[in-house]
Design a protein around this ligand. Sequence first.
Ligand SMILES: C[S@@+](CC[C@H](N)C(=O)[O-])C[C@H]1O[C@@H](n2cnc3c(N)ncnc32)[C@H](O)[C@@H]1O
Length: 279
Amino acid sequence: MNILIADDDASFNALKRMIFEHTNLDCSQYKDKYLKRRLQVRLRANELDNYADYIRYLKKNHGEYDTLMDMVTINVTQFFRDPSMFKVLGNEVIPEIIYNKTNSNRRVFRIWSAGSSSGEEAYSIAIIIKELLGERFDDFLVSVHGTDIDDGSLIKAKIGAYPIDQLENVSEALLDHYFDYNNDDDIYMIKDEIKDFVRFKKHNLIQDKKSVNFDMIFNRNVMIYFSREMQEKLLMDFYDSLNNGGYLVIGKTEMLSGEAKNVFVPVNNRERIYIKEKD
Ligand SMILES: C[S@@+](CC[C@H](N)C(=O)[O-])C[C@H]1O[C@@H](n2cnc3c(N)ncnc32)[C@H](O)[C@@H]1O
């Protein structure tokens, strides 16, 4: 194979436009460096030398768009990913929310897992809430909304069947309580008592309309791939989507930037948990 020369800016920009036209994925909102790394994997896999060749290849092979989409929207996730964050969530943050809601007689409890991939994050949060509320669960109207841009991940999330690798942070007790083991397929099915209040739907964080009135928003390991401007805009969108006193949780390697630094107050800096200051 020839040495890869994939640094043609004009072709790179043309490629981004083509991808947007065919998939509605606005690549200009992702970091160039990140996109180029992902594209190089596809160039290598197809034994192509540069972006211009890849453009020609895409024109003849429309199926390649799906493979490329999968590469750009990395879907790696796990139940209780970053266990120390879930510990703070279960020991401090969610008990505080429940306490405040109980005292003010507000019973609606809405959570958004934005960039939920195959559902592990949304179900992990749902399990914690169910555990903490126990018999009081029916006194509240709890809903967890998982959204993602990737259809394949959303299908998996709705099915809710996972191999043991995805569950290594789940304790034996929780595994027994909230999953049914399917011996034939060697997978664990999340039970209906959790599924019943977790909803998944397609949503593109870059351009789709945001819902509001959330008590908690999780956006972990998603915006790391976005440009700085997009990150700043997204964080302020989340601000608008949260109730006063609502919580934002971002990924362990992510940071607040722009105006968000002035309007979110750290609750736990290490775990990247922030609270929305009152308007
Ligand atoms: C690495 S996973 C993170 C999953 C989970 N939040 C976690 O931390 O384990 C990143 C997810 O972001 C989604 N994603 C990427 N770009 C997106 C966009 N523009 N809108 C919505 N979701 C997006 C991907 O499809 C992928 O499922």
